[in-house]
Design a protein around this ligand. Structure first.
Ligand SMILES: [Zn+2]
Length: 379
């Protein structure tokens, strides 16, 4: 089964055109989409609405999109990413099911349970996994051996009025969780859930250093770590964010522009160091984060916004018995866990909300790192 074909996204391959956008109001059977047409150039276009969902698929009307740094990378252009433009953007979203395809052939592999119905509020897993390889069968979706791409980055994403999705990649939103909050579950919250609990195995009572605590994932990491009774030390880039991070529950907040965080962490932990470092900044902080770990400490990273490479001291790595985890994406289980946390009151911090046409303004705000929490784009 490991060579199973990736799931098809029925009927959504018609390339949008600028002349269609110029027609103005959407015609019957057409819809709006945000199309990346070149580096730093996203257009609001009109294109054909998807056909009725095929067997094993549902059709989702998108309501809200969460922005992430992967959106900024895609918007700026990435030479090594295999993809074709134009590309519909949007890597994480929440919406409502508006149509359900026929029940799949029960003998067909990996079509998933069709328990979803029209009116269900849902989020979707944006990695086009095969559903059949060993990693997929074991629920380690982000290690799929045959992944066909990440929606919104390699292949068409969620920033459109409607799309068809394989039902097995769709997750219901629990009652009481808004579309706005749920839109942060598939990437931002699930990534943090996966980093902290699957990879770093953060335990109650431990001390964690959260780098860039004002970011979308940083704010989520602070709240998740505090929720299980950890001591949280975090770094931010200005004094206004110091107060905001403290209000979220962070025990110690360091303005990295005025203080060397390595020294402050050493003092705060009485030279012992932290159990876990939560990294996503990259070369600017990576070695400092390692220095903050206690012997046997764990560093987990899911990003590198300040550059691609750094050097590390190998003597220090093995003598201090550090464990370093690279983490990318999450599993569908992590999305369910994230939504359950939101339902219990652990909600995302929202920085700003933008209208669909202002998607690029949201990306520009994210790029300048002025944010505190998540940026949401509403449909
Ligand atoms: Zn797979």
């Amino acid at each position: 089964m490991s060579d199973a074909a990736p799931p098809a996204l029925g009927g959504e391959r018609e390339a949008p055109t600028r002349s269609q956008a110029a027609r103005g109001k959407a015609e019957e059977g057409r819809m709006r989409a945000l199309s990346l047409v070149g580096d730093r150039k996203i257009e609001l276009v009109e294109m054909a609405a998807p056909p009725a969902p095929a067997a094993g698929e549902v059709q989702i009307a998108i309501k809200a999109i969460g922005l992430n740094h992967i959106d900024v990378w895609g918007w700026r252009g990435m030479a090594f990413a295999k993809r074709k433009l134009p590309l519909i953007v949007g890597v994480e979203a929440a919406g409502e099911i508006v149509a359900v395809g026929p029940s799949p052939d029960p003998s067909a592999p990996a079509t998933g349970g069709m328990t979803l119905k029209v009116g269900d509020r849902v989020v979707a897993y944006g990695g086009l996994t095969c559903g059949a390889c060993k990693a997929c069968r074991e629920g380690r979706d982000n290690l799929c051996e045959n992944v066909a791409g990440i929606m919104g980055f390699h292949v068409d994403g969620f920033a459109r009025d409607r799309l068809n999705m394989p039902a097995r990649l769709v997750v219901p939103i629990p009652p009481g969780v808004s579309f706005r909050d749920a839109a942060c579950a598939p990437v931002a919250f699930a990534t943090v859930q996966h980093m902290l609990f699957d990879n770093a195995k953060l335990e109650p009572g431990e001390t964690i250093l959260v780098q860039a605590g004002g970011s979308g994932i940083g704010t989520a990491a602070i709240k998740m770590a505090k929720a299980i009774g950890c001591t949280v030390i975090t770094t931010v880039g200005d004094d206004e964010k110091v107060a905001k991070a403290k209000a979220l529950g962070a025990d110690h907040v360091i303005n990295y522009r005025t203080d060397r965080f390595e020294g402050v962490v050493r003092k705060l932990t009485v030279k012992k160091g932290v159990d876990v470092a939560f990294e996503h900044v990259g070369p600017d902080t990576f070695n400092g984060s390692l220095l903050c770990l206690k012997r046997g400490g764990r560093l987990v990273t899911c990003g590198s916004t300040s550059g691609q490479s750094t050097t590390i001291n190998l003597f220090q790595l093995y003598l201090q018995q550090y464990r370093i985890f690279g983490s990318f994406g999450a599993s569908i289980r992590n999305i369910n866990e994230s939504l359950a946390k939101m339902a219990s009151g652990l909600t995302p911090v929202i920085d700003t909300e933008f209208a669909l046409a202002d998607f690029e303004q949201g990306l520009a705000r994210l790029e300048t790192r002025q944010v505190f929490g998540k940026i949401i784009v509403n449909f």
